[in-house]
Each structure stands twice: as structure tokens, then as C-alpha cells.
Design a protein. Structure first.
Length: 78
């Protein structure tokens, strides 16, 4: 593991960051792999009209999949 001077890090107002999901290249590789193998995400598509109900379900831990908002429904909701 690389060593660094923590005083310079703090006084220089620098920060160290990382990501457990990888960068752009890794994300693209994962998307390409999923497309090739026809791997689809587990999600529940909701309309903007359903957003309050979805939030209430989330607060009650009544959500099995990730919610995805159909942004095309935004124009119909206004």
C-alpha cells in the first residue's frame, strides 16, 4: 500500500475517495455483458402519479425491487 503524508493531506484540504462499483470502463463492461447475456435488472416501473405511494411503501419496507420512475409520465402528471 502506498504511503502518504497525512499532515499535507489535511492542511492541503485534499481528500481520498474510492468507489466499490468501479469506473466508467468497468460500468460499460458490465452493461455490455448484461446486454450480451440478456440479464435484466429487478425493478418496478412507476409513474409520477404513483410516487407518493411508492415513498410510503418504501417507508413501510414494502418494496421488493428498486423503483424506477417513468420520466415520460412527468409530462402527463402536470
Amino acid at each position: 500500500m502506498a504511503e502518504f503524508n497525512t499532515v499535507q493531506l489535511l492542511l492541503g484540504r485534499r481528500r481520498i475517495a474510492g468507489s466499490p462499483i468501479g469506473g466508467i470502463r468497468e460500468t460499460q463492461e458490465m452493461l455490455d455483458f448484461c446486454a450480451e447475456k440478456n440479464i435484466l435488472p429487478d425493478c418496478e416501473m412507476i409513474n409520477m402519479e404513483q410516487i407518493n405511494d411508492a415513498f410510503a411503501r418504501m417507508e413501510c419496507a414494502d418494496v421488493r425491487y428498486r423503483f424506477v420512475i417513468d420520466m415520460a409520465s412527468l409530462a402527463r402528471a402536470t
